[in-house]
Design a binder for this molecule. Structure first.
Ligand SMILES: *Cc1c(COP(=O)(O)O)cnc(C)c1O
Length: 427
């Protein structure tokens, strides 16, 4: 079934690429003025539906997605600023206030609007100085944005809190739109993604992560995105690198070596995130910049021995089995201080933080909060170099960022379903 996006917004295109691909882009050309006394919520819902309907009338077999986002302050709607002075006035009016971002979504086919909803998200701005406002407006970023700011961009430091749909604030509420499109029969992704889909999805996920950092009161750049490429061919890795991926995660030493032979380092840092056997430590020490899975002193010693002839230290994270699940890798939290004391003494390795894998089922926030508390306690004990918290995968990165993750490890969200390990090694 054909999918059409009735919007010219690059952000919406990026978010939709994580739900359906390929799709056509056919912006609707409408009079977007608001009716007298029309409540903002109704206004965005109406515009979304009109955009979807206008395009659906000319594409009778397609599912057409229309959307409209408004920044609402009291009863006023802040559209795109007319010029720099208008942008400054808008930002001054948002300063120190809470406003709402309303995102209307409508899906139409033929002459019917099949689905329509609005997400409402509260955004709290801290008080801004005139100087800050002027400097931000001078970057040019606000000039084409409703409300004169981008949450995932330079306005991140203006924001105290975001409560609701983070992707809705960016321009299209991801989960709600995905569920609605699938319920209406949009095809789910199958098979390898095209390189341009990888690029769109990478940018969407990177923007969302920056916005989620901001939403939990942290700087946008405080969370790094590690693109997990295990089980994906080098062509897709090259597409992710071209889109801006600078940290790559691999689980298997052999697979990583074959990819390094094909790609070089791609200008990226290579992270080992799978279990490391001691007999592979020598090869791993030469391939990776960061190893996330140290849970035994012997493995760390083997890495350190091979690393002493490389100029730069290997960054190491200790993998912690927060769930204390005997079936899982990682050292139990009570054993971390002793392992840390030993590994910290090795030449060639620098312990940079802790890593964990969230529980397969249920809410991961407790496990992530525990890892963070453990890191903070060890820092208090004098291990100042422990800054990283590697936690959060495609299914739980949102709660991981809320709990303080500095590195999230995402595969499926960016690259789609992966091949089995055998297929990947043959391919
Ligand atoms: C495979 C893997 C990931 C990525 O998983 P997705 O669910 O595809 O995001 C992250 N961390 C580790 C340790 C993994 O093995």
């Amino acid at each position: 079934m054909k999918i059409v996006l009735a919007s010219a917004s690059p952000r919406r295109r990026e978010i939709l690429s994580r739900i359906a691909y390929p799709f056509d882009v056919r912006p609707a050309d409408l009079d977007e003025s608001r009716m007298e006394n029309e409540p903002p919520r109704q206004y965005v819902a109406r515009l979304a539906a009109q955009k979807a309907s206008a395009v659906a009338a000319t594409e009778p077999d397609a599912l057409v997605l229309g959307s409209d986002t408004a920044v609402v302050l009291g009863s006023r709607i802040l559209g795109k600023p007319a010029d720099s002075d208008d942008a400054k006035r808008m930002l001054a009016s948002l300063s120190g206030e809470r406003h709402q971002v309303m995102s209307g979504v409508a899906i139409a086919r033929g002459d019917k609007v099949l689905q329509r909803f609005v997400t409402v998200t509260d955004v709290d701005f801290r008080r801004l100085s005139d100087d800050e406002i002027s400097r931000y407006v001078a970057t040019g970023e606000p000039l084409d944005k409703a409300g004169a700011y981008a949450v995932q961009g330079g306005a991140g430091r203006f924001i105290r809190a975001v409560d609701g749909s983070v992707t809705g604030v960016i321009g299209l509420p991801f989960e709600e739109t995905r569920d609605a499109l699938y319920a209406l029969g949009a095809p789910r992704e199958v098979g390898p993604l095209a390189p341009d889909a990888v690029a769109l999805r990478f940018r969407s996920v990177r923007g969302e992560i920056a916005a989620r950092a901001v939403a939990s009161g942290r700087p946008a750049e405080s969370v790094r995105l590690l693109t997990v490429t295990k089980g994906h061919p080098v062509e897709m890795m090259a597409a992710a690198i071209a889109a801006g991926a600078r940290d790559l995660g691999e689980n298997y030493v052999q697979e990583a070596r074959a990819k390094r032979d094909a790609l070089g380092d791609g200008g990226a840092r290579w992270h080992l995130i799978g279990p490391l056997q001691r007999n592979k430590a020598g090869v791993a020490a030469g391939l990776f910049d960061v190893v996330h899975t140290i849970d035994r002193l012997e493995t760390a010693q083997a890495l350190a021995r091979r690393r002493s002839d490389v100029a730069r230290d290997l960054d190491a994270l200790l993998q912690v089995n927060v769930a204390r699940d005997p079936a899982k890798s990682g050292v139990s939290p009570d054993e971390v201080p002793e392992l840390l004391a030993h590994v910290s003494g090795l030449d060639g390795i620098a312990v940079a933080g802790l890593m964990t894998i969230g529980p397969a089922q249920g809410d991961a926030s407790g496990a992530f909060a525990e890892l963070r508390a453990l890191r903070d306690q060890l820092r208090g004990d004098g291990y100042d170099s422990l800054v990283e918290l590697s936690m959060g995968m495609s299914g739980d990165y949102d709660v991981a960022i809320e709990q303080g993750a500095t590195l999230v490890r995402l595969g499926t969200a960016i690259l789609g379903p992966r091949l089995s390990r055998q297929e990947a090694q043959q391919g």
